[in-house]
Design a protein around this ligand. Structure first.
Ligand SMILES: Cc1cc2nc3c(=O)[nH]c(=O)nc-3n(C[C@H](O)[C@H](O)[C@H](O)COP(=O)(O)OP(=O)(O)OC[C@H]3O[C@@H](n4cnc5c(N)ncnc54)[C@H](O)[C@@H]3O)c2cc1C
Ligand code: SF4
Length: 456
């Protein structure tokens, strides 16, 4: 270990920008059987590993599996990584590591370049699968049953740990496919959908029942669920698009980010489900500066947009998303306008032809109060405007008596338990729009609390 003075940090190879714009396939290759151990060997094996304790919401035992793979013990690395994380090969691909584990790595702080934790994590499990490793579950051996509402990373994680404890779990998902935003949000070029489907295949083989096209509150009531199940986990996400609050926001040509991304993914699954948004040769402006905005500009470019411009009201350093996705977007030709806040969608005959933006200044610090500079409005031409301004909580009145915060979030205690002691919640439904790894950590915590409550 500790070869960081001799070996520099590497990221996995990515396809050249022009090549990757021609399709929606993943852009990164996997670290091979030489790169993964060599890169893992850079780890210092800190006594108090900040990557795990401070950086990773799941508290993954990162130095353990780095050491195992560095010693070419692929089986141990696979087992260690999959023991603590419900789907390491998914999170290794999509976590914004610069803000999490890699951002906390001692080598990064010392300017040697953080260990490439995410890429190694993905490679350990993917090469394990290639070599025939599987995720084994015991038989369902408990008569207690748990219902999970929604099938995003929060519920996928909860179902994984319930199945491991032999507890019968049934997932109720309103969409036609499982995975939540892992499936119909995060684009395929960041996360191949087969990778998500594979985890659900493991679970259904283990005895977890998956009911697709079933909406809680409509097709099944909480009364039905509480009669049939001993505990319920609510992982319904936060899906209400935040509006820009500007004039003409409902004009033709103004699209919500999720509407665009899910329509594109639906067509990738089934070419007969044609994406209704034609972006070919269009001037596309995306409002927002987070991960969703990066996904939208990159999607627009793959759909053949003439140009794709991201307009963000703060500066580059205040962008809330992962750095690597911003760099990827720039490489692919996305343009960026910083410190401009939209004040109006400019329309002609009812359709968007541009957005008017005003210059902003920040009172103090990159994320301080924004001040709009009066008289600074300019118009950016646009045929299509995509709003990627975040997500709020959707209506949850069907939860029948479960206490909600003023903003609609489900109020839970430190074990993910709601005001109704049989109902647990986690992920975006409880914390607001966040990250897949936070949803996974919430689902895991709630599953352990449910197991303690049911099997005590
Ligand atoms: C475009 C986009 C890109 C993102 N990129 C990243 C990224 O790169 N990295 C990252 O870590 N995070 C990313 N995120 C955030 C991440 O996807 C979410 O934080 C995470 O998916 C939340 O998980 P969840 O399980 O709480 O909810 P969701 O993933 O939203 O899943 C909720 C599920 O519940 C279902 N549902 C809702 N209501 C009902 C009901 N009444 N009955 C039955 N089913 C119901 C929904 O159909 C959905 O399938 C991104 C988000 C978006 C929108
Ligand atoms: S789950 Fe995310 S934060 Fe944790 S080790 Fe993996 S990539 Fe890093």
């Amino acid at each position: 270990m500790q070869n960081f003075t001799k070996v520099e940090r590497l990221s996995p190879k990515k396809a050249p920008a022009l090549e990757r714009l021609a399709h929606f396939g993943e852009i990164y290759s996997l670290f091979d059987g030489v790169k993964a151990p060599t890169q893992a060997e850079r780890c210092v094996q800190c006594g108090n590993p900040y990557c795990s304790a401070l950086g990773c919401p799941l508290r993954n035992h990162i130095p353990y599996w780095l050491k195992a793979i560095a010693e070419n013990d692929a089986r141990a690395a696979f087992a260690l990584s999959n023991e603590n994380s419900p789907f390491p090969e998914i999170l290794g691909r999509i976590c914004p590591q610069d803000r999490l584990c890699e951002g906390a790595c001692t080598l990064g702080a010392d300017n040697f370049g953080a260990v490439s934790i995410g890429a190694i994590e993905t490679a350990i499990t993917e090469s394990g699968f290639l070599q025939g490793a599987t995720i084994d579950y015991p038989k369902i051996n408990s008569k207690k049953r748990v219902a999970l509402i929604g099938s995003g990373p929060a519920s996928l994680s909860a179902a994984t740990f319930l199945a491991r404890a032999g507890v019968a779990a049934e997932i109720f998902e309103k969409d036609d496919r499982a995975g939540g935003l892992l499936t119909y949000g995060i684009p395929n070029f960041k996360l191949d959908k087969q990778v998500v489907a594979r985890r659900f295949e493991f679970l259904t083989k283990a005895g977890v029942k998956l009911h697709l096209g079933v909406e809680a509150g409509k097709d099944i009531t909480m009364g039905d669920l509480t009669r049939r199940f001993e505990a319920i986990f609510v992982g319904v996400g936060a899906r209400k698009s935040v509006k820009a609050g500007v004039e003409n926001e409902n004009a033709k040509g103004v699209i919500g980010a999720i509407d665009l991304l899910s329509a594109v993914q639906a067509e990738l699954f089934d070419p007969t489900r044609k994406n209704p948004y034609d972006l070919k040769d269009k001037k596309v402006v995306v409002i927002g500066g987070g991960d969703t905005a990066m996904d939208c500009v990159r999607t627009a470019l793959r759909l053949g947009a003439r140009n794709a411009t991201c307009v963000y009201r703060r500066g580059e350093s205040a962008m809330p998303g992962g750095k690597k996705e911003y760099i990827n977007a720039k490489e692919e030709g996305a343009e960026f306008v910083f410190n401009r806040a939209p004040s109006k969608i400019v329309v002609k005959n009812g359709a968007a032809i541009g957005i008017e933006c005003e210059e902003t200044k920040v009172a103090d610090g990159a994320r301080g109060k924004l001040i709009v500079v009066s008289g600074s409005a300019v118009t950016i031409d646009a045929d299509i405007v995509v709003t990627a301004l975040g997500f709020a909580h959707q209506d949850k009145s069907w939860l029948e008596g479960v206490k909600l915060a003023e903003n609609g979030a489900i109020i839970v205690d430190e074990n993910g338990r709601s005001s109704d002691k049989r109902i647990y919640a986690g992920g975006d439904a409880a914390r607001g729009a966040s990250l897949a790894v936070n949803a996974a950590a919430d689902g895991k915590k709630a599953a352990f609390a449910i197991i303690r409550a049911l099997l005590a």
